[in-house]
Design a protein around this ligand. Structure first.
Ligand code: BGC
Length: 592
């Protein structure tokens, strides 16, 4: 594989000397080591398995991989309960396997982001075991947050409302209550203790030395608690984040910090600081509003939230996502919006958890390819870096009969072979069963089949990603909404340097006509980024377009001069990527 010239070219693109703002042009693929591929057939995915599947991830066209926690852990919260920060869970391999994985990813030009989960540890972590036995008031005890009464900070809400009744839990060994914002086996670290800060720096440096390119900062709004507040976004949190940023920058100026701050727009923005805290933050305010807009066939929810979250420091960027490993959270919408979302997307109680919906993208959208493509078109063209959850590129399903959020964490569906081609272990040994229902199960939905079908979701995603990658305007461009009268149509411009791209999306199931005010672009000629079709020239009068149900257009606007000079060769299109011969159905022509 090392002889492949593509790999040598890609390897050169990882330049570790100076900040490149690479994350602005990136597409991030989120996966869990244990869910991807099992190389030793013990039923659990592992690093060698993930390394084996890097060709697949590279071929998708993404540029970075974000790994869910893979550290030693009792696994009561799928690894977000860490018992050793500087090691690999033996079920997933060794540190050497991790090193090999990072090298192989870098050789392909793929960056690697990992988790920094330091709001809390597992109660099995040696720090907690030591703290609960240490004398009251000692630095060891004060690694965590303790109380004699369990009544402090009572304005802080409970996050896991389906399983916890308090943020305090009594510890019979310490003979005191300890503070936890999540499960009661996840005591919160005390960020007022300088020794905790020192440990966090050690963790960062440990993984930076192993070559990681970024950290997702888990649960950052809850790092610090203060009486008289709701315990979220406390100002001192930002001191900690600036410290983390400085530490990371000292070691690798190109390393990126991605905040998980599930907050209202005004409370999410401060996580960027003045460009000196997190480089990126998940756009939690936008995510549910994309689903609401499609359900209501109305662009207003998207326009309102994006307009209120536009001003970021130059070097910062939103991370946009549709789904992830957690429930589709509805914590930060109004009660009416939440009820609407539940009624529309999760009528059955089993599909809900805490304040959210535990379903994957394809099942949320009833397997409707047009809506899946429409939402992905927004994911890949709205302002921010797209984050794609593994399996959503093939429309993988979920299993609502599994506990907690395991519903959406089942093995990757590689083929129709037993265990979805994920593992050759006995099915009983799998960490979770693969999805087996007739609509979304692995016999119907899998990589092997979708590779062969030219029009499959997988091949469509490869195409969209290829188009996005060819135009920096999507990652870095300015953003401006057009405000057509027909609110079922969402229209916006992405502009970067000489390039202007017009994106138009029909949120409705039926055909729509729209008139766009493009008078300041009169004389330009739109050209379709997918097929290269030239559209009528834009004039001072409103520009009319019609779109089929749930259709979308990405049109580059050629200036009159450009249009003239290209008239012999109007094909600026990014054709659908051809299927390699090995993936083609026998006897099929290369062009489908
Ligand atoms: C993670 C969850 C996890 C929680 C507690 C969240 O932010 O995304 O999966 O359960 O942190 O660690």
């Amino acid at each position: 594989m090392q002889d492949d010239p593509r790999i040598r070219i890609a390897a050169r693109t990882v330049d570790r000397r100076r900040p490149t703002l690479w994350y602005k042009d990136a597409i991030i693929y989120q996966t869990h080591v244990r869910a991807f591929f099992d190389s030793n057939n013990d039923g659990v995915g592992d690093f060698p398995g993930l390394t084996e599947k890097l060709d697949y991830i590279e071929d998708l066209g993404v540029s970075a991989i974000w790994l869910l926690p893979f550290f030693p852990s009792p696994l009561k919260d799928d690894g977000y309960d860490i018992s050793d920060y500087c090691a690999v869970n033996p079920a997933y391999g060794t540190l050497d396997d991790f090193r090999t994985f990072v090298e192989a990813a870098h050789a392909r030009g793929l960056r690697v982001l990992i988790e920094l989960v330091v709001n809390h540890t597992s109660d099995q972590h040696p720090w907690f075991q030591r703290a609960r036995r240490a004398p009251k008031g000692s630095p060891e005890r004060d690694f965590y947050v303790w109380s004699e009464t369990g009544h402090e900070y009572d304005e802080a809400r409970i996050i896991f409302i389906d399983s916890e009744i308090s943020n305090w839990t009594w510890d019979p060994i310490a003979k005191a209550y300890f503070w936890h914002r999540f499960y009661s086996h996840q005591p919160d670290l005390n960020f007022d203790n300088p020794l905790v800060i020192r440990e966090v720096k050690n963790i960062l440096n440990f993984w930076l030395d192993l070559g990681v390119d970024g950290f997702r900062l888990d649960a950052v709004p809850y790092l610090i608690e203060r009486e008289g507040t709701d315990g979220e976004n406390v100002p001192e949190t930002h001191r900690v984040l600036k410290m983390i940023r400085a530490e990371v920058e000292r070691r690798n100026p190109d390393c990126v910090l991605l905040a998980e701050a599930n907050q209202m727009p005004k409370d999410t923005l401060p996580y960027f600081g003045n460009g000196d805290e997190c480089h990126m933050a998940f756009h939690f305010p936008l995510m549910p509003r994309m689903f609401i807009a499609v359900a209501q066939e109305d662009s207003t929810p998207i326009i309102e939230v994006v307009e209120s979250t536009m001003r970021l420091p130059e070097n910062c960027q939103w991370a946009i996502f549709l789904r992830n490993h957690d429930e589709l959270t509805l914590e930060m919408v109004t009660e009416d919006e939440r009820d609407y979302m539940w009624q529309f997307y999760a009528t059955h109680r089993r599909l809900r958890i805490n304040l959210g919906i535990r379903r994957r993208l394809a099942t949320l959208l009833d397997g409707d390819c047009r809506r899946i493509e429409l939402l992905n078109s927004l994911l890949f063209s709205m302002p921010g870096t797209p984050v794609l959850y593994y399996g959503d590129e093939i429309g993988m399903g979920d299993n609502p009969f599994l506990g907690d959020r395991d519903v959406v964490r089942t093995p990757m569906q590689w083929s129709a072979d037993s265990n979805a081609g994920f593992s050759k272990a006995d099915t009983v040994a799998l960490y979770l069963p693969p999805v087996m229902d007739p609509l979304f199960g692995y016999q119907a939905v899998n990589v092997e089949v979708q590779k062969k079908i030219r029009s499959s979701l997988l091949n469509w995603m490869r195409w969209v990603i290829r188009v996005r990658n060819a135009h920096q305007a999507f990652g870095r461009g300015d953003f401006r909404f057009l405000h057509p009268e027909n609110r079922k149509v969402l229209a916006y411009l992405r502009c970067f340097g000489e390039e202007t791209i017009l994106c138009v999306a029909n949120l409705s199931e039926t055909m729509q006509a729209v008139q766009l005010d493009l008078s300041d672009l009169a004389g330009c000629i739109p050209i379709d980024l997918f097929g290269g079709c030239l559209m009528p020239v834009i004039e001072a009068a409103p520009y009319p377009l019609t779109l089929g149900g749930h259709a979308f257009y990405w049109l580059r606007l050629l200036s009159p001069e450009e249009a003239r000079s290209r008239s012999d060769n109007p094909q600026e299109a990014m054709d659908r990527p051809e299927l390699p011969a090995k993936d083609r159905i026998q006897g099929q022509r290369p062009s489908g």
